[in-house]
Design a protein around this ligand. Structure first.
Ligand code: HXC
Length: 515
C-alpha cells in the first residue's frame, strides 16, 4: 500500500472510531437532551484546539463474549486543547459506547491523560457520563477506578481538577469527582449516587426517583457535593470557562491579571447597602460587588449553606477569593455546612496562590442539639485550621458583629490575617450584649426591684463598653478603623504590598486537619 492508500485507510479507521456507539445510540443520547461526548469537548475547548489521543485503543475484555465486541475508543475520548488560549487535558466518557462503562483500557486512557496533566502542569477536565464499572471486566474495572482515585489525590493542590457530571455517575465512580476541586452539574442531566433507587428499594423498601436521590439540585442544595448548577450543558460550559479566568493553571503560577476596573458604584454603594439598624440584614454579595472590579462576583456553591458566601472576584485586576458571612441567611452564623464550605475554599485559594478577603458579620457558631450532635466542634475546627494554615495574603474586614468563636474563626489576626480593618459599626465581643448582660449580671438582675429595667441598663452598659471596634483596636487586634467607603482602597493597598509575602511553616510531612 502506498501513502495514498494508507492515508485513505487511516481516514476510514478514524471515521469508524468517531462514530462512537453508532447512529441509534447517538439518537438515544440526544433524545434525553444530552450532547455527545465529542460535542461536549468541542463546546468547552477553544475552536479547533482539540487534539485527540488513543482513538484506536481496544479493550481487552474476553468474558461474556466481550472479545467479539468492538467498542470505539473504549467509551472514552481523551486529549488536549486550550481554553481562553491556555492548555488543558480533557476526557469525556461516551455513553453511546457500552454506556460509557469503565473497563481497564478505558481507565488506562483516563490515567494516561491525567499523567500528562501532571507532567505538563496543566488543568484536568473530566466529563462523567457512565454506567460505572464495566460489569463484564470485574476486578479490572475496579482496579481502573483505584488508579484514577490515586491520581486525583496526587494531583490535588497541584493542578486544577474539574469534574462535569453529564449523565449517570454511580457507585464508586462518584469518588473521582468528589476528589476533584470543582463539580459542575446540569438540571435533569446529572445523576450522582452511590447506590441507585433500585438497590435502595430492595434493601430498605424506600422509593425515590433518580432525580430526587442524586439530581443536580440535590447536590447543589442539600449534599454540597456540587459547586456549580446550570440549566443546560451550554450554560455549564460557560461557567467552566468563566472559572478558568480566575484561577492559575497550576500551583506554581498566579492567576492571570486583568486591567484594573472600578466597581459599578451607581448600583452598589456600601453606604446604601448596610441598614442603619444593626439588627437588619443585608445581602453581603452586594458589599462584595461594591468593592470588586466591575462589580463582578463569581459565586461558588451559591445554593448550599447560604449563610456563608464564597467565590472569586478581582480587585485592581488581581484574582481574590472572598469568604463572607451572609446576614440574610440565619444571621450569617457558622454551622457544620458553612464551616465545611468555607474551609475547603480557603484551602483551594491557598493551594493556588489566590489571596483571601474575609468579610465578617456574624453572631458566632449556631447553638443547638442538632449542630452539636452533627459535629459542629469537628467541622467548625476545619475553618480555624484552614485559615491558620493558609499562607496567601489574608485580609479581613469586620463590618458589624464579630462575636465569640466567630470573631476568631473569621480570619482574625490570631489566625495570622495580614491586615484586619473594622468599620465604625463593628462590634467585637465575646457574645451579644443581651446574652452577656444576662450572664454576668444574673444575680443583680434577679434580685433587683425592677429586673427588666436593670437588664436594659446593664445591656446598655455592656454595649457602650464592647459593642464597638475600639477595645480591639486598643489591643492592636485590628489594624485600622476605616469608613466603609474606604474599604476598596484599603484592600487594593493591602494586596499590592502583600505581593511577595513569604511565611516559614514548621517542617512536617502534612498536618492532621479535622477531616
Ligand atoms: C457494562 C453497561 C454498564 C456497566 C450500562 N451498560 N452500564 N455495560 N457495565 N456498568 C450498558 C448497557 O448494558 C447498555 O448496553 C448500554 O450500556 C446503555 O445502558 P442502558 O441501561 O440501556 O441505559 P439507560 O436505560 O439510560 O440506563 C443507564 C443506567 C443503567 C442507569 C446507568 O445502565 C445502569 O443501571 N447501569 C448499571 C449501573 C451500575 O450498577 N454500575 C455499576 C456500579 S458499581 P447495550 O449493549 O444494551 O446498549 C461501580 C463500582 C465502582 O461502579 C467501584 C469503584 C470503587
Amino acid at each position: 500500500m502506498g501513502l495514498k492508500q494508507k492515508s485513505a485507510d487511516l481516514k476510514k479507521r478514524m471515521r469508524e472510531a468517531v462514530k462512537g456507539g453508532g447512529t441509534k445510540a447517538i439518537e438515544k443520547q440526544k433524545a434525553t437532551g444530552k450532547m455527545t461526548a465529542r460535542e461536549r469537548i468541542m463546546s468547552i475547548l477553544d475552536n479547533k484546539s482539540f487534539h485527540e489521543y488513543d482513538l484506536f485503543v481496544k479493550h481487552s475484555g474476553v468474558d461474556f463474549d466481550m472479545d467479539k465486541k468492538y467498542l470505539p475508543g473504549d467509551g472514552v475520548i481523551t486529549g488536549t486543547g486550550t481554553i481562553n488560549g491556555h492548555p488543558v487535558c480533557i476526557y469525556a466518557q461516551d455513553f453511546t459506547v457500552a454506556g460509557g462503562s469503565l473497563g481497564w483500557a478505558h481507565a488506562k486512557k483516563i490515567t494516561k491523560i491525567m499523567d500528562h496533566a501532571m507532567k505538563l502542569k496543566i488543568p484536568l477536565i473530566g466529563i462523567n457520563d457512565s454506567g460505572g464499572a464495566r460489569i463484564q471486566e470485574g476486578v479490572n474495572a475496579l482496579a481502573g477506578y483505584g488508579e484514577i482515585f490515586y491520581r486525583n489525590t496526587q494531583a490535588s493542590g497541584v493542578i486544577p481538577q474539574i469534574s462535569v457530571i453529564l449523565g449517570p455517575c454511580a457507585g464508586g465512580a462518584v469518588y473521582s469527582p468528589a476528589l476533584t476541586d470543582f463539580v459542575f452539574v446540569v438540571e435533569k442531566v446529572s445523576k450522582m449516587f452511590i447506590t441507585g433507587p433500585e438497590v435502595i428499594k430492595s434493601v430498605l423498601g424506600e422509593e425515590i426517583s433518580m432525580e430526587e436521590l442524586g439530581g443536580a439540585r440535590v447536590h447543589c442544595e442539600i449534599t454540597g457535593n456540587a459547586h456549580f448548577y446550570a440549566e443546560s450543558e451550554d450554560e455549564s460550559f460557560s461557567q467552566i470557562k468563566h472559572l478558568f479566568s480566575f484561577i492559575p493553571w497550576n500551583n506554581e503560577k498566579k492567576a492571570e491579571t486583568f486591567p484594573k476596573r472600578g466597581p459599578k458604584t451607581r448600583q452598589y454603594k456600601i453606604e446604601n447597602i448596610i441598614p442603619a439598624d444593626p439588627r437588619q440584614p443585608y445581602d453581603v454579595r452586594d458589599v462584595i460587588k461594591a468593592i470588586c472590579d466591575d462589580s463582578e462576583f463569581f459565586e461558588i456553591q451559591e445554593l448550599f449553606a447560604a449563610n456563608i458566601v464564597i467565590g472569586f472576584a478581582r480587585i485592581a485586576g488581581q484574582s481574590v477569593g472572598f469568604v463572607a458571612n451572609q446576614p440574610l441567611v440565619l444571621a450569617g452564623v457558622l454551622d457544620v455546612d458553612s464551616s465545611d464550605k468555607a474551609a475547603r475554599f480557603i484551602r483551594y485559594c491557598d493551594s493556588f496562590n489566590i489571596p483571601l478577603v474575609t468579610l465578617v458579620d456574624l453572631p458566632g457558631y449556631l447553638p443547638g442539639i442538632d449542630q452539636e450532635h452533627a459535629g459542629v466542634i469537628r467541622h467548625g475546627a476545619k475553618l480555624l485550621y484552614a485559615y491558620s494554615e493558609a499562607t496567601v495574603p489574608k485580609i479581613t474586614v469586620i463590618m458589624r458583629k464579630a462575636y465569640g468563636g466567630g470573631y476568631i474563626a473569621m480570619c482574625s489576626h490570631h489566625l495570622r490575617a495580614d491586615f484586619v480593618c473594622a468599620w465604625p459599626t463593628a462590634e467585637i465581643a465575646v457574645m451579644g450584649p443581651e446574652g452577656a448582660a444576662n450572664i454576668i449580671f444574673r444575680n443583680e438582675i434577679k434580685n433587683a426591684e425592677n429586673p427588666d429595667d436593670l437588664r436594659k441598663q446593664k445591656v446598655k452598659e455592656y454595649k457602650n463598653k464592647f459593642a464597638n471596634p475600639y477595645v480591639a483596636a486598643a489591643y492592636g487586634y485590628i489594624d485600622a478603623v476605616i469608613e466603609p467607603f474606604e474599604t476598596r482602597s484599603f484592600l487594593v493597598h493591602a494586596l499590592e504590598i502583600s505581593e511577595s509575602k513569604t511565611v516559614q511553616i514548621p517542617k512536617k510531612k502534612h498536618g492532621i486537619p479535622p477531616f
